[in-house]
Design a protein around this ligand. Sequence first.
Ligand code: FAD
Length: 669
Amino acid sequence: MGDIVIVGAGASGISVLLHLIEKAKNGKSLPPITVIEKDTRFGPGLAYSSLCSGTIINMHTDTMGLYFDDPKHFSRWRSELENGPFPSRDIYGEYLEDMSHQALNAAQQLGMSVSFVHDEVTDIERQNDQSFVLTLSSGGKCLAGQVVMAPGNFTSTTYTHLMNQPQFLASPWPTESLKSIPADAPVLVIGSRLSAVDTAIALAQNGHQGPITFMSRSGRVPTVQGDPEPFPRRYALHILAREIEANPSDALIKLMTCLMDEIDYINNGDWSWFQKHASPLQELQADMKAARDGSAHWQTVLRHTAPVIERYWSCLPVASQKLFLDKFFSPWMRYRHGMPIQNAQKILDLMEKSQLNVVAGERVDWDTEKKVFVATTSSGLIEAPYVVEATGQECHLDRISSPLIRSLVTKGLFKPHPTGGVDVNFDTFEAAPGLYVMGTLTRGTHFYVSAIDRVAAHAARIADALTQDPRANSLHVAILLGSDFLSHIIASDLIPKLLSQGHMPFIFICQEEQGSTTLRASSLARRESHFFEVELMRDHFQPFLQAQNLKDSRFMTIEQMKSTYGLFVQDISSVDDKTFLNTLKHHFIDVGLSLRGSDRARKIAGSHFSSESGYLLNLKPTFRRASHGRASRKTPIRTRASTCSKIRTIVKIMLVVKLCRRCYRLSSR
Ligand SMILES: Cc1cc2nc3c(=O)[nH]c(=O)nc-3n(C[C@H](O)[C@H](O)[C@H](O)COP(=O)(O)OP(=O)(O)OC[C@H]3O[C@@H](n4cnc5c(N)ncnc54)[C@H](O)[C@@H]3O)c2cc1C
């Protein structure tokens, strides 16, 4: 295995490095790693550098951790909390920079060879032995066995015919450049999504007094993010992924129908939030109210699509992907990627004092006589001496001017995806053997690629591929529980761990049947057993947990877990064998963990796993005879493992699940 070279030290490059270091901590031996970054700072990239000063992050702080299994890592790192869930991009940039230092220190302690090089990669050549030679702008060369391309965002410039006009800003970044616009000048901003919002806010912060117009095809601004809330049917989105992977025909229709059903359910059939208002101002006022009231429940369905949407996307034929991008992308972005409420308030203030207008339109020309730009819009012709294009990121390879990207396409190392970006392997992110790609450039294959939660998940998968670890798939895990105390404690510790690893647990409660081995004990033992198994849980532990603040609590009742994590829970004593078996089948259960399931539940689950490929791990405690002390040799004494040793079994379970994850392959891929 030759050296690993990571091109670009933004969030993507650093996240790959951190995941590789985790592998080394777990004993994996790694080749030397070189990270090459053209900027002087390692970590911030474009979005969190001083180029975007004065703006705040657009995603909730709890989604911005760089480790795929620890999304709150950034929230814990933050020392200032006064800025709430959307701190400044500068702070996030500091986090990324700090993580790059921490990665270097950790690597040194582990004796790994990791080097950071400040240079620009201008070309990559494949050698006859399949390794790569990277050309650097300094004139040097760098050899690599495997290359991770993480070059980040390429600003979209659609209005190339305006490029020669000095008062046309092809991008709002750096925000500093907006200061060149006179404070009273009318400004036309092309676009009305989050980049346009940032542009207007940066202009207002610069003391801009002149009129600002957002012009976009939709003529609508993003919705307003309400507080995150749990989605009680989160599992349904995972089942949907499995359903369309198993049968991709009419996937787009199935997807839309299912998502609309889920939204209908969570919003109690109220679709008023979806209606178009008479004006963008009224629309924003209504969105603000819903976000403040906490009534924008539909947002939770869209938010919870984050880990599965790439699987939905990969099941769509290219024609459906193109149809979606053409007809539905704009509304998807409006509803899925709302503004943080503080930004929405600033935009509302600007609109209420009529400084900011939002119009529909596409065309902008330069009037050579009047020396102004003229936009053709739904509100007629609008003249502005300044135009800022804020249409987001470009992923179409033929529109990216980078010589490196062009060269990789010419050499056949990058093949364009029909819906944009580079065609990469869905699991490994390989564009060609040994050449991996991350970030915006993979939008065609994965659709949702640039938010940090996805960056971290993709980095983990690339780290798996770089180290030849098999792809870890998301498993559906049935947890068979009794009504007892200990199995609930184990479940409550295990379930968040499974979720953080990308698995979806399904809970089946199975009361112990009368006459089963467990209850066949003396009456004293039975009463004692009943106390520990049922009463302790029902009369003491559950009320105790219910009284706890969920946020601070390590353990939860099943009901609390169900609503917090959106889990499927079924009491199988209320259903017949066939229904239980069908539930396992229709929920695509891959692995079963019997923590204290009844004999009946284990038997039925066992038959499910004998027909489907999968595993049933039985962790039910067993009887043992006393062998010492005053107890009679014949007295059956239940061995109750201590809480500690039970909790230790969680670690074992996680290892087994990890193993299953590795062995398991989705048959549809
Ligand atoms: C303005 C803006 C705001 C955003 N806000 C959010 C947000 O709030 N929350 C969120 O989750 N996502 C946000 N995003 C999405 C954002 O894309 C990701 O969060 C993240 O920054 C992507 O990281 P990256 O490493 O892929 O790209 P980048 O951060 O752009 O890093 C790429 C790095 O590669 C370097 N590089 C490029 N080419 C070369 C080369 N040839 N040689 C050497 N080095 C090279 C660049 O200098 C850069 O440092 C935002 C994006 C933008 C553009």
